[in-house]
Design a protein around this ligand. Structure first.
Ligand code: GUN
Length: 280
């Protein structure tokens, strides 16, 4: 019981496959990341994306803009990147400074280059089962579940959290895999009675060690999307890992779990975008 789903190994395998594929391409896929301001977490995330893109052999561009950059300037940059043939994927790192309209800026990205899957077009396509670039974190979670060899079809899957970035697309991807899906959230009555019936439990709440052992079904596959600090300042997920672990068949650790897979899926989406744009 309590097998660890190792994000490091899985992500490395996906990146290696991409690197091998890219080696054979005359024109390399290009990923552009826009970071506005000095948010410390964003700096770390963007640095990781740059490192991954370089490792797999992509053209990697990071556009770092000052915190007081005007909305029109950011929009103009996105439009310019939309036009550039050598850029196949565009990502605007969130959160943006207060004065910028995230929704408007995100939706300026050409859906064919929307490697985050955050535009209305991508989200709508995901919902309706049309070909699209799906959000990286939920896609990474699906890969992690599949890596266990456990079948998703027909299983009770419970997602805790209903964000546009994780909870909602996660539920849709699980539905596409023919799971019976329940979405829980802060207003859910008697959460443990629902989570304890989950064969697959995905925690995307944003609260340290929120999921306790008595909320988890014996033998469940538990995917922890959380990235928090505990009372001692140590990184931890949304799941009380040490106590929950023994009850599960498979569980993802934090750190070393979903986060690394999110990054790997961004590389996969960039390669997919490149293919969708018809560059051979
Ligand atoms: N900020 C935190 N996670 C993400 C992500 O996956 N994409 C973007 N664009 N910003 C983020």
């Amino acid at each position: 019981m309590g097998n660890i789903i190792d994000g490091k190994i899985l992500a490395a395998k996906i990146k290696e496959e991409i690197r091998e594929h890219v080696k054979g391409l005359k024109i390399k896929p290009g990923l552009a990341v826009i970071q506005v301001g000095e948010d410390p977490a964003s700096k770390v995330y963007v640095g990781g994306k740059e490192k991954d893109a370089q490792e797999v052999g992509f053209l990697s561009e990071i556009h770092r803009l000052g915190a007081d950059t005007a909305q029109e300037t950011v929009i103009a940059l996105v439009k310019k990147l939309n036009e550039r043939k050598e850029i196949n994927g565009i990502l605007v790192q969130l959160p943006l400074p207060e004065h910028l309209n995230e929704e408007l800026i995100t939706n300026t990205i050409d859906p064919l280059k929307d490697v985050d899957g955050f535009t209305y077009n991508s989200a709508g396509r995901l919902l309706t089962g049309s070909k699209c670039l799906a959000a990286c974190t939920p896609s990474g979670c699906i890969e992690m579940i599949k890596s266990t060899g456990c079948e998703i079809k027909g299983k009770n899957a419970v997602v805790i959290g209903r964000s546009n970035i994780v909870g909602k697309p996660m539920a849709i991807l699980l539905l596409q895999e023919n799971a019976t899906v329940t979405i829980c959230h802060s207003r859910t009555v008697d959460l443990p009675s629902i989570t304890s019936k989950a064969d697959i439990l995905v925690a995307a709440i944003g609260r340290p060690k929120f999921v306790k052992a008595d909320m988890v079904k014996q033998g469940a596959v538990v995917i922890d999307v959380g990235m928090n600090r505990d009372e001692n300042g140590k990184l931890c997920g949304d799941v009380d890992f040490e106590n929950v672990k023994e009850k599960t068949s498979f569980i993802t650790p934090v750190p070393g779990g979903v986060g690394l897979m999110t990054r790997a899926m961004l590389m996969k989406n960039t390669l997919e975008a490149y293919k969708m744009q018809g560059i051979k």
